[in-house]
Design a protein around this ligand. Structure first.
Ligand code: SF4
Ligand code: SF4
Ligand code: SF4
Ligand code: FES
Length: 684
């Protein structure tokens, strides 16, 4: 690595790597240079001239966002001349601005407003009539108010470079230049909202958030998106037990600022009018609202009766509920109900991957690896729609580090636009020579590769003679955690073998005495319950809940504490953002059932932190550093490094292949996701 460059900024001697831009060198040393068009990670635009600084021995002010550091350079960022220049630039940027801060969504967190205060632009010498154009709605999510736009092109660049969508551009010239969508008067894009979040002013605003609140009226809670398995951190803006918005502007998670539409806007299912807020018990054939105590007593006495009579139990868990809930549920099933009939909907072959990798170290890739490693091989998945964060990471890796991307998919995918090689079909072996020449590789595969095919893929990877890491793609926010926590009939937590019980499909078809479904909808595609007594914990009256004897209203991921494990095995903390009246976290519900049955002591406290401590002590791979998780970081689990003695059952694995605008049963209840889909259908 080349020697650092020595320079002086505002009288301080600092060092920076050669090639560093002056604006970044200043920032690295705690000196903020104002900027509108410059944005870390995006190409340079040099459009706004807010970042002007004095550099000794150069005749004019220079843009700090375009000049790289040089040995001996002397930079001054806050002189009278600089302040005057910035003041003029602001006056110019405000020429046509409507100055409607009191009603603008961005008020209070607007970069233009902040700079105007800072540089004291109190009056304007422009007396011409302002150009007014009415606000436009580009899509259900994206609104555009042209007069507020300062033409910094951040939105255009994030959509092109960050998202790989290129849905925004600029039309016209001069004072009538305007940001425009890709389809004439509307957008057809990922609806990710990245352009809205990155806009330094209130020109792009969100259909979900606009005019609802002011930023300082909200409480900001960092938690994890509950939709796909990628595990994006999202900061919920909440007020009066309502979620008003989601973003991750502090870049604190594994996703940096990235969120797809589901993470940024798809939280809105939580206040859908059909949300359950009271327990239901079937009476005379109909589900009727009852008190919590009546519902819990009904369940506890039925469970105890069945236990005493030696009846059969089946338990179906979820790939959305927390690790703590999954751990407690399997313990409940095994230690209290004395059954290994416990399972969940499996969406990727994690088990065979771990088994195939036994005896090898450091073989599981993280989300960060997709940004850092030199080459990536994607087998089967359309990442841009099914795993938006992973797709974003690979795109950023390609842009910033020129990573080589290899694609083996049945259909064309977004990664084709920058792949080194794209192969249609499933045969990756033709890439052998090219992959062997790479210094390192990450292989991602979806459920089109399962059972023996996973072993063949690992054999292939290991035969390349280069360091290879793997990711078995799964669908939901805790799909991975459900397997790790032993919500399977043949494995207890930590992939230790158990005397196998029934699988999901077998439980549905069996004449079980009791079937207990926690956060799943196994009858979604039709069919009737066979079990004598059916208990369902859910947020909505799903197809399965409609057939239940007792339905208990469950809290969503945004209404509880705990942890989830993402697709790459990274554990992160869920933090309660709001409360919804009547609903309880599944862990609490299970604890109450245990207490009502008189078995609470067998299971221990139903407090998330205590259960997580138990998980850390007993589940191999989960001895993760507590401070990392407790402070909102991601800690990669290291599952066991040995053979997993289970029979391969690829038939039990099927991904839902959710796209950008759906998300299993949950997606049905999101107004935002619906409005996007309906808009597209109407236009077809
Ligand atoms: S919402 Fe996302 S995909 Fe659509 S225009 Fe904005 S940045 Fe591009
Ligand atoms: S809409 Fe916002 S982000 Fe886009 S160019 Fe205008 S000010 Fe910049
Ligand atoms: S990529 Fe997945 S985890 Fe991230 S915001 Fe989208 S749905 Fe949520
Ligand atoms: S930030 Fe440097 S010109 Fe805009």
């Amino acid at each position: 690595m080349a020697d650092p460059v020595k320079l002086t900024i505002d009288g301080r001697e600092v060092h920076a790597a050669p090639g560093t831009l002056v604006i970044d060198a200043a920032k690295q040393n705690g000196i903020e240079v104002p900027a509108f068009c410059y944005y870390e990670g995006l190409t340079l635009q040099a459009a706004c001239r807010m970042c002007l600084v004095e550099i000794e021995k150069t005749p004019k002010l220079q843009t700090a966002c375009t000049v790289p550091v040089a040995e001996g350079m002397v930079v001054r960022t806050e002189t009278a001349q600089v302040a005057q220049a910035r003041k003029y630039m602001l006056e110019y940027l405000l020429t046509n601005h409507p100055l409607d801060c009191p009603v603008c969504d961005k008020g209070g967190e607007c970069e233009l407003q902040d700079m105007t205060f800072r540089y004291g632009v109190g009056e304007s010498r422009f007396t011409e009539e302002k150009v007014h154009t009415p606000e436009k709605q580009f899509s259900p999510v994206v609104f555009f108010d042209a007069p507020r736009c300062i033409l910094c092109y951040r939105c255009v660049r994030i959509c092109d470079e960050g998202m790989g969508v290129k849905a925004l551009g600029v039309i016209n010239r001069g004072v009538v230049s305007e940001i425009a969508p890709n389809k004439g008067d509307h957008l057809e894009c990922d609806e990710c909202g990245a352009c809205i979040d990155i806009c330094p002013v209130g020109a792009l605003t969100s259909g979900a958030y606009r005019y609802k609140t002011r930023p300082w009226e909200m409480t900001h809670v960092g938690t994890i998106c509950t939709h796909c398995a990628d595990g994006c951190k999202t900061t919920l803006g909440t007020r009066n037990d309502q979620i008003i918005r989601g973003n991750n502007r502090d870049r604190s998670g594994i996703n940096g600022e990235f969120l797809c539409i589901k993470g940024r806007y798809g939280f809105d299912f939580y206040d859908h009018p059909e949300r359950l807020q009271a327990p239901l018990v079937r009476k005379n054939g109909k589900l009727e609202e009852v008190s919590w105590s009546e519902a819990l007593t009904t369940i506890a006495s039925k469970f105890n009766e069945a236990l005493q009579a030696g009846g059969s139990f089946g338990v179906i868990g979820s790939n959305h509920t927390t690790n703590e809930e999954n751990f407690y549920l399997q313990k409940f099933a095994r230690d209290v109900l004395k059954t290994n009939n416990i399972d969940h909907h499996r969406t990727g072959d994690v088990v065979t991957l771990l088994d195939a990798l036994s005896g090898k170290q450091d073989k599981l890739a993280t989300v960060a690896d997709l940004y850092e490693r030199k080459a990536v091989l994607i087998v089967g998945a359309d990442l841009a729609t099914e795993h938006p964060l992973l797709s974003f990471q690979i795109r950023a890796n390609y842009r910033h580090h020129q990573a080589h991307v290899y694609v083996v998919t049945a259909e064309g995918v977004r990664e084709d636009h920058y792949s080194a090689v794209s192969v249609r079909g499933r045969d990756y072996t033709s890439l052998r020579d090219k992959l062997k020449a790479e210094p390192e590789l990450v292989i991602l595969f979806d459920d089109s590769v399962k059972g023996e095919d996973v072993r063949k893929l690992v054999e292939f990877g290991e035969s390349l003679g280069i360091p290879v890491k793997y990711i078995a793609l799964v669908d939901y926010s805790n799909s991975r955690g459900a397997v790790d926590m032993g919500v399977t009939p043949e494995l207890v937590p930590g992939y230790q073998p158990a005397q196998p019980g029934m699988h999901v499909h077998e439980m549905i078809d069996a004449d079980l005495g009791v079937l207990w479904v926690v956060g799943a909808n196994p009858l979604k595609k039709g069919g009737s319950r066979k079990a004598g007594f059916l208990v369902v914990q859910d947020m909505f009256l799903t197809e399965t809940a409609q057939q239940a004897d007792v339905v208990l209203p469950a809290a969503s991921a945004y209404e509880k504490n705990g942890t989830v494990t993402n697709v790459t095995g990274e554990v992160q903390r869920l933090k309660r953002g709001i409360n919804t009246m009547g609903a309880k976290p599944d862990l609490e519900i299970m604890g109450f059932i245990a207490r009502e049955m008189g078995v609470a002591a067998t299971l221990g406290p139903w407090v998330p932190e205590t259960v997580f401590e138990q998980i850390r002590k007993t589940v191999r791979g989960y001895q993760v550093p507590l401070p990392v998780v407790a402070t909102g970081g991601a800690a990669q689990t290291m599952p066991l490094n040995g053979r997993i003695p289970v029979e391969n059952r690829p038939d039990l694995i099927s991904s839902d292949h959710n796209g950008l605008f759906d998300s299993g049963t949950l997606g049905r209840y999101s107004k935002v996701l619906h409005s996007v889909l309906e808009g597209r259908l109407e236009r077809q």
